[in-house]
Design a protein around this ligand. Structure first.
Ligand SMILES: [Zn+2]
Ligand SMILES: [Zn+2]
Length: 422
């Protein structure tokens, strides 16, 4: 008989966006089979940027074999195994592992609560529930998680904050009115200006900021002043064609190694807003990188510092620099730091957001979309902001639309005055 060899499973990590997509595919398959959809719990519900697995709970009773059969038909499903009487483990091609647990309806609230909170948060709830019948008993009496928190005299804790104790809950940012930072076929995007604007409107956003790369990003067909002026004409045309969405014309200008910008001030001043990003010369010593970024955020025409650390999740670490120094300079100059919601970036990450917010910095949550679909990544950036405890007033595009548009034009007028531009 051959030897039974078991290879240790390599630790696999999943991007939040992939895990959410897996949940959607699993739930599609459950619905097609006439079963209820399962609820996301665990790290994915807490909005953690990189997770180890997707965890779902299905409100039962339900036959585990029937659930397994349904999940086998999920798109991109690679394998399904039944585990005991109430759990199904599955894997997705190019994704990772997922676990669906069937929980009787009488214990569903408990499964949501225990499944979602980090061990620290759950232990904290357990301690508070002592002498009040215990956490399981309180959950059994409750119709929702909200009821459990109120039985413990606590404010409801949004999943993103369930890492530790949550005696007080800040009024977290919960939506954005519009988005900045999308690319079109003018540089390395796949849709036209009008198509992107239509998609933004469909996603419920009231304004969209178009930002192509600048000429230094030649690999992405970056624009020079002349092509930007030509694009301005297309933007005007798209404004007439697409109703309901204000189209802002901006640019994602490259920050050169010395901290200067890849386009001249007159060109930048002709635009509604400016995102400045580092794409080249990432290998730089931390002090020099800090100086480079401080100079960029101090430029009067720079509105937002794009993907501030340059990190790629599960890819490359960001470049080293003094986050606090850059955040302080940004705050002093009314420049916003980006929370780039591109699934591979989520940059700034939650720890840096917290650190920068403590220095007084404010933020913009941007999809950095290169396709119409990419606009729908914006909520991933909201998760980062919420996990970092940001309030509405700390996020530029969480303000009301009129306020954002008025602010941007006032800011541009002030910058032109400072630079003595006509
Ligand atoms: Zn970029
Ligand atoms: Zn970009």
């Amino acid at each position: 008989m051959g030897e039974d060899v078991t290879l240790p499973r390599l630790s696999r990590h999943l991007l939040l966006a992939s895990a959410l997509e897996m949940a959607r595919l699993a739930n599609d398959a459950l619905s097609r089979a006439g079963l209820d959809e399962a609820s996301i719990v665990g790290e994915v519900r807490r909005g953690v940027a990189v997770v180890s697995e997707l965890s779902l709970v299905l409100r039962g009773p339900a036959d585990v074999q029937r659930v397994a059969r349904a999940l086998r038909h999920a798109a991109a499903c690679e394998g399904v195994t039944v585990e005991g009487r109430d759990a199904v483990r599955m894997t997705f091609q190019g994704g990772g592992p997922a676990r669906v647990r069937i929980v009787h309806r009488s214990r569903f609230v408990e499964a949501l609560l225990r499944g979602t909170g980090s061990p620290r948060h759950v232990r904290w709830l357990e301690r508070l529930a002592q002498g009040r019948g215990g956490l399981s008993w309180l959950c059994a009496q409750a119709r929702s998680e909200r009821d459990v928190y109120s039985a413990l005299d606590l404010p409801f804790a949004p999943p993103e904050l369930r890492e530790g104790a949550t005696p007080r809950i800040p009024p977290l940012v919960d939506s954005v009115s519009g988005v900045f930072h999308v690319h079109t076929t003018w540089s390395d995007g796949s849709a036209s200006v009008a198509e992107m604007a239509l998609a933004a409107g469909k996603a419920g956003y009231a304004y969209l900021g178009i930002t192509e790369h600048s000429r230094a990003a030649s690999y992405a067909r970056g624009l020079d002043a002349e092509r930007l002026a030509a694009q301005a004409r297309e933007v005007k045309k798209a404004r007439r064609e697409v109703g309901g969405v204000a189209i802002l014309h901006g640019v994602e200008v490259d920050v050169m190694p010395d901290g200067s910008l890849d386009l001249d001030d007159e060109t930048l001043a002709s635009l509604d807003f400016v995102i400045a990003s580092v794409h080249v010369g990432l290998e730089m010593e931390a002090t020099a990188m800090t100086e480079r970024l401080v100079r960029a955020v101090s430029h009067p025409l720079v509105t937002i510092l794009g993907h501030p650390t340059g990190r790629l999740l599960l890819g490359r670490a960001g470049y080293a620099f003094d986050v606090e120094a850059v955040a302080t300079a940004a705050a002093r100059n009314d420049t916003f730091l980006e929370i780039n919601a591109n699934p591979q970036r989520l940059d700034l990450g939650e720890d840096d957001v917290r650190r920068a917010a403590a220095c007084g910095a404010r933020f913009a949550i941007d999809p950095d979309a290169h396709t119409t679909r990419g606009i729908r990544d914006t909520p991933l950036g909201l998760s980062v902001a919420r996990r970092a405890g940001l309030r509405r007033e700390q996020v530029l595009n969480a303000r009301a639309t009129d306020e954002v548009l008025a602010y941007l034009s006032a800011r541009r007028r002030a910058a032109k005055r400072r630079l003595a531009l006509a």
